[in-house]
Design a binder for this molecule. Structure first.
Ligand code: FES
Length: 118
């Protein structure tokens, strides 16, 4: 497995995302609210939109009828073209279709650098 340094570990604030070009592939790097990093292929499985241009948001959580509880802030990436939503921690679509998942890459923080393994 190959790896690339994407940025310094304090370069991105929680809730931020950016596109990282690694050779011919584009990866979207996301910093979660808890400070962890996640990385996904920067292409929506629907029609290929750059997910790095989408909105980082949350979603409604399981709740009782008539109740709407918002949560998972900054863990959901919404496609900018047709608004499919993806869990940035897994790459899975929120509508629970395994065929619509986005490739996820491991990310580590090593000596002050954010490293994407691809
Ligand atoms: S290209 Fe992403 S939902 Fe259509």
């Amino acid at each position: 497995m190959r790896q690339v340094v994407a940025c310094g570990s304090e370069e991105m604030a929680p809730g931020q995302k950016r596109a990282v070009q690694v050779g011919s592939r584009s990866i979207v790097l996301v910093r979660l609210g808890n400070g962890d990093y996640c990385a996904l292929m920067n292409a929506c499985p629907h029609q290929g939109a750059p997910l790095s241009e989408g909105e980082l948001t949350g979603t409604t959580l399981p709740s009782t009828v008539g109740e709407y509880v918002y949560g998972r802030d900054d863990e959901v990436l919404r496609c900018p073209w047709h608004r499919w939503e993806f869990d940035v921690t897994s790459g899975n679509a929120l509508f629970n279709d395994r065929r619509a998942c986005v490739k996820r890459y491991d990310v580590t923080v090593e000596g002050g650098d954010v490293v994407i393994h691809y």
